[in-house]
Design a protein around this ligand. Structure first.
Ligand SMILES: CC(C)(COP(=O)(O)OP(=O)(O)OC[C@H]1O[C@@H](n2cnc3c(N)ncnc32)[C@H](O)[C@@H]1OP(=O)(O)O)[C@@H](O)C(=O)NCCC(=O)NCCS
Length: 110
């Protein structure tokens, strides 16, 4: 059985191993002229999560966010949001229609 310390170390190393790839971002993207962006999160060669954002009326809204079940509750969605907000220099708005997971996640952000 794993002890708490081992879980903590695994969670830490997962976040440290995360890397991100995103679709092209131009100044026009930031201004909402080509108003969509996709970001994928990888651990080594494994895709573990993604987020899709659309720009509606100058606000960036989450169109979809997913983390593989085995990798949930380890901070990956939080890291994806942080990456997207830094990349676009924005504050993301919640999607108008959310799953239960999405609602629980957003509650933790507010
Ligand atoms: C929603 C989702 C993207 C969250 O991804 P995640 O990587 O697990 O989220 P994080 O680890 O960054 O969560 C941060 C905090 O949000 C809260 N949270 C996230 N998911 C939660 C859940 N299912 N139940 C309760 N709280 C949750 C917790 O407070 C969590 O911190 P903690 O684990 O230290 O308690 C993921 O559950 C998922 O892919 N679900 C299926 C697709 C989906 O429903 N997408 C949302 C569409 S609106």
């Amino acid at each position: 059985m794993k002890r708490f310390g081992q879980w903590f170390l695994e969670a830490e190393s997962i976040i440290n191993r995360l890397r991100f790839e995103h679709s092209q971002v131009t100044e026009r993207t930031k201004r909402g002229v080509f108003p969509a962006i996709a970001i994928n999160a990888w651990i080594d060669t494994k895709p573990v999560g993604d987020i899709y954002l659309v720009n509606e009326n100058n606000e960036w809204i989450v169109y979809g966010v997913n983390v593989l079940p085995d990798f949930q509750r380890r901070g990956i969605a939080t890291a994806l949001y942080r990456y997207a907000e830094n990349l676009l220099n924005i504050k993301i708005k919640p999607s108008p229609s959310q799953t239960d997971d999405g609602k629980a996640f957003w509650q933790s952000r507010s």
